[in-house]
Design a protein around this ligand. Structure first.
Ligand code: SAM
Length: 253
């Protein structure tokens, strides 16, 4: 255990900052130790058994995908804010969803909801090519920059409504939706390859189930996995965009 608990004084990149509870980091090695500990305690000990997934999450520096003032929290068992009211998902959920896709090195994968770019980076370690769509331009641009800096070359990012998928690149061997929808967007099912699976949080505000949909010809097999709480998929196949003049949050209608 590297960490110290509450009222610790944190050092990030050599800059000492007063902070609340958390792990104390002094340098890159501490971040790496925290990452290895995250994989062991939050993933392996909780049933993530796919060694390729575990290794990908040991390799991808999660802290680089969150704002620098949150680096000390990057390996905690929690989602974190990435701005624009969006989040980077909890590490366990990233590992779980990735494991449930059973990716191979020759697979082409679509992600809907790039967010920070972290999930795309993990997928890129396990598949041949990752296509990822984000509706918030600023997030897409930040993700693209960090993915470039880290040298992940097999990821293409598009700005837009991911509910429509990426028809020119279809069919996909796997699709992962990382924002909550009321139902699985039909265009995404259409863009699955035969026997391929899609995983998505489906439900209402604050409560969804992860579902895995596998395509068999004109039929689909639907498996209900675990309860989750994701931010909404906003768009044609998701929820209405918030209307500031309405004075409330009507994203989940
Ligand atoms: N996978 C991300 C990561 O690794 O950081 C976390 C995704 S975050 C939980 C959900 C993301 O979905 C947000 O960045 C949000 O802007 C995006 N989103 C919501 N609706 C979308 C849509 N229709 N098309 C594409 N992205 C969408």
């Amino acid at each position: 255990m590297i960490g110290l608990a509450s009222s610790a004084r944190l050092c990030l990149n050599g800059i000492s900052t007063a902070a609340g509870e958390g792990i104390v980091f002094h340098d890159k090695n501490d971040l790496e130790k925290a990452r290895l500990s995250m994989v062991e305690r939050q993933l392996a000990q909780r049933g993530i058994t796919d060694q390729r997934v575990l290794q990908a999450m040991r390799d991808v520096p999660r802290h680089r995908f969150v704002p620098q003032d949150l680096w000390d929290m990057a390996y905690r068992d929690t989602p974190l804010s990435i701005g624009h009211e969006q989040t980077i998902s909890q590490p366990y959920i990233v590992g779980y969803m990735t494991q449930m896709l059973h990716l191979s090195q020759d697979h082409r994968v679509l992600e809907v909801g790039t967010g920070s770019g972290y999930q795309a980076a993990v997928l890129s370690r396990l598949a041949k090519q990752v296509y990822t769509i984000e509706r918030v331009p600023d997030l897409a641009q930040r993700a693209e920059q960090i993915l470039q800096e880290l040298g992940y070359a097999n990821i293409q990012i598009r700005i837009g409504d991911g509910g429509y998928g990426w028809p020119e690149a279809a069919p996909f061997d796997a699709i992962i939706v990382t924002a909550a929808a009321p139902k699985v967007p039909p265009p995404l099912i259409a863009q699955l390859a035969e026997a391929a699976s899609l995983i998505a949080p489906i439900g209402r505000a604050g409560y969804q189930e992860l579902v895995r949909v596998t395509k068999h010809g004109d039929c689909t097999q639907v498996e209900h996995l675990v309860p989750v709480a994701f931010v909404p998929l906003v768009g044609e196949h998701g929820w209405r965009e918030r209307d500031p003049s309405a004075g409330g949050n009507d994203i989940f209608r």
